[in-house]
Design a protein around this ligand. Structure first.
Ligand code: PLP
Length: 416
C-alpha cells in the first residue's frame, strides 16, 4: 500500500533526509518504530557535526586563540537555539547535560538536597519514567522525604480528583508532560499552577513532549524542565535542563571540576555564573552543535506540523490495529487523540512482547519491547512488559501497515 496521508508534512521528502532509513536489512526496507526510545538523525544534523569537527573544533571556554573562540561561539549559539525551541527567557536558562536523566538528577541532587528536609513531600505520578522516580528515591533514602503519587484513570490519564490534597504541603511536583509508555499528554499548565498554589516547585519531565510538540516552558509556568537531544533527531550524549534564571542562580552546583568555577583556592571555590556553574568539565561540544542543528531541522518542519502528522498517523494506527486484531489486541493508554502522542503500547493476546518484537524484527519492523523504564506503571497495568511502536516525522502509513502485517505473522507463528 502506498502512503501520502498528510498535507501537514511531506513525509517522503522528510524521510529522504535520513540516511539510515535509506538502508536495507536483507534487501528490505527498515520500518523504524522506536523513536520514543531514540530517533534517527537527518543529514542536516550529521553534516553540521562533521563540518564543525572538520573546520571549527577546539576546546571551548578555555583557550585564547581564534579557533577556540569560534568553537565557543558555536557552542553558545547552539544553547541559544535550544533555548528558543522551548521559549526559555534567555539562553542562560539552558544547562547542557548528558541527557534528560542527568537533568532530572541535577534537580533532585542539587536543588533538592539544598532545599528539602526530612518529612518534606515530593509529588510524582504513576506515569513516570525511572528518570523521574529514582533520583527522588535516592533523595528519599538520604533525607527521609516522602513520595506521593498522582493516580491514573482507567484510560491512563492523570486522575486529578484529589490533586489539591496531594500537593498540599508538598515542596516539589515533578510530572511527565508525555508518557513514554501510554503516550498520555498531561495537563502541565494545570499541574504547575497547582504546585505553585501549594508553594511547591514545578518540575516537568519534558523528554517525550519536546520532540513532538511546540513547547513553551514559560506558558507552562514551570520551574524546571528536562529533555534529550537524541529523541529529537539530534545526537545522543547531550540533553538539557531548562530552569528559571533565579532558581538556577540559587541552586548550588551539581558536579565539581573545571569550567564550573570562577575561582578555586586552598580553602574553597567560587562557582561560575549559570549556566557554566552546572557544566563541569569538557562538555559534549560537537554534540551541542548537533543539538542546535536538530533544533533548526525541527523548526524547519514546524512543530505544529509535526504534531498534526503524528496525530494523523496515531489515529490511522489505532484504527488499523483495532480493525485487524479486534479483541486480540490490547492497546494501552487514552483513546482520545487530543490527550495522546504517537506512542502505542500494546499486547497481542498473551504473546510475550519480546517474542512479538523478535518476529517483527524478521520483517524489519523495529519496536521496543520491555518495561520502558516505567516499572511502577507496568505493575499498575498488571503486565511485566509491553510492545511499543512509536512514530516520528519519517514514519508513514506504510510503516503502520508493515507493523500490522508483521503482527499477523506473529499470530500465525504462535498459532493464534
Ligand atoms: C519520559 C522520559 N523521561 C526521561 C527519559 C530519559 O531520557 P534519557 O535516556 O535521554 O536520559 C526518557 C527516555 O526514554 C523518557 O521517555
Amino acid at each position: 500500500m502506498t502512503t501520502e496521508l498528510i498535507d501537514t508534512l511531506d513525509v517522503r521528502t522528510v524521510k529522504a533526509q535520513f540516511p539510515l532509513l535509506a538502508t536495507t536489512i536483507d534487501d528490505a526496507p527498515i520500518h523504524y518504530l522506536d523513536s520514543a526510545n531514540s530517533a534517527q538523525k537527518p543529514h542536516a544534523v550529521l553534516d553540521a557535526m562533521t563540518r564543525f569537527n572538520e573546520t571549527t573544533y577546539a576546546p571551548i571556554n578555555r583557550s585564547a586563540y581564534r579557533l577556540a573562540a569560534q568553537a565557543t561561539d558555536a557552542y553558545e549559539q547552539a544553547r541559544a537555539k535550544v533555548a528558543g525551541f522551548v521559549n526559555a527567557a534567555s539562553p542562560d536558562e539552558i544547562v547542557f547535560t548528558k541527557n534528560a536523566t542527568e537533568a532530572m538528577n541535577l534537580v533532585a541532587q542539587a536543588w533538592g538536597r539544598a532545599n528539602l528536609r526530612a518529612g518534606d513531600a515530593v509529588v510524582l505520578s504513576h506515569l513516570e519514567h525511572h528518570a523521574n522516580i529514582v533520583p527522588w528515591h535516592l533523595l528519599a533514602a538520604e533525607l527521609g522525604i516522602e513520595l506521593r503519587w498522582i493516580p491514573l484513570t482507567d484510560d491512563g490519564r492523570l486522575d486529578l480528583t484529589d490533586l489539591d490534597r496531594l500537593v498540599d504541603g508538598a515542596k516539589v511536583v515533578s510530572v511527565t508532560a508525555m508518557s513514554n509508555v501510554l503516550g498520555t499528554l498531561t495537563p502541565v499548565t494545570e499541574l504547575c499552577a497547582a504546585a505553585h498554589r501549594a508553594g511547591a516547585l514545578a518540575v516537568v519531565d519534558a523528554c517525550q513532549f519536546v520532540p513532538h510538540n511546540a513547547t513553551d516552558v514559560q506558558a507552562w509556568g514551570a520551574d524546571f524542565a528536562a529533555f534529550s537531544s537524541h529523541k529529537m533527531c539530534g545526537p545522543s550524549g547531550i540533553g538539557a535542563l531548562w530552569g528559571r534564571a533565579e532558581l538556577l542562580e540559587a541552586t548550588p552546583p551539581f558536579l565539581g571540576g573545571g569550567n564550573m568555577i570562577a575561582d578555586v583556592r586552598l580553602d574553597g571555590f567560587t562557582s561560575a555564573p549559570v549556566p557554566a556553574k552546572f557544566e563541569a568539565g569538557t562538555p559534549p561540544i560537537t554534540e551541542a552543535i548537533g543539538f542546535g542543528a536538530a533544533v533548526d531541522f525541527m523548526n524547519g518542519l514546524g512543530m505544529d506540523a509535526v504534531r498534526a502528522h503524528e496525530l494523523e498517523l496515531t489515529s490511522y494506527a489505532l484504527e488499523t490495529l483495532e480493525a485487524r486484531f479486534g479483541d486480540e489486541i490490547t492497546i494501552h493508554g487514552p483513546r482520545r487523540l487530543d490527550v495522546r502522542g504517537g506512542v502505542l503500547s500494546f499486547a497481542l493476546r498473551d504473546l510475550h512482547p519480546h517474542d512479538v518484537s523478535q518476529v517483527l524484527d524478521q520483517r524489519n519492523v523495529c519496536i521496543r519491547a520491555g518495561h520502558h523504564c516505567a516499572k511502577p506503571l507496568m505493575k499498575l497495568l498488571g503486565v511485566a512488559a509491553t510492545a511499543r511502536a512509536s512514530f516520528y516525522v519519517y514514519n508513514d502509513r506504510d510503516d503502520v501497515d508493515a507493523l500490522a502485517d508483521a503482527l499477523d505473522s506473529a499470530s500465525d507463528i504462535f498459532g493464534l
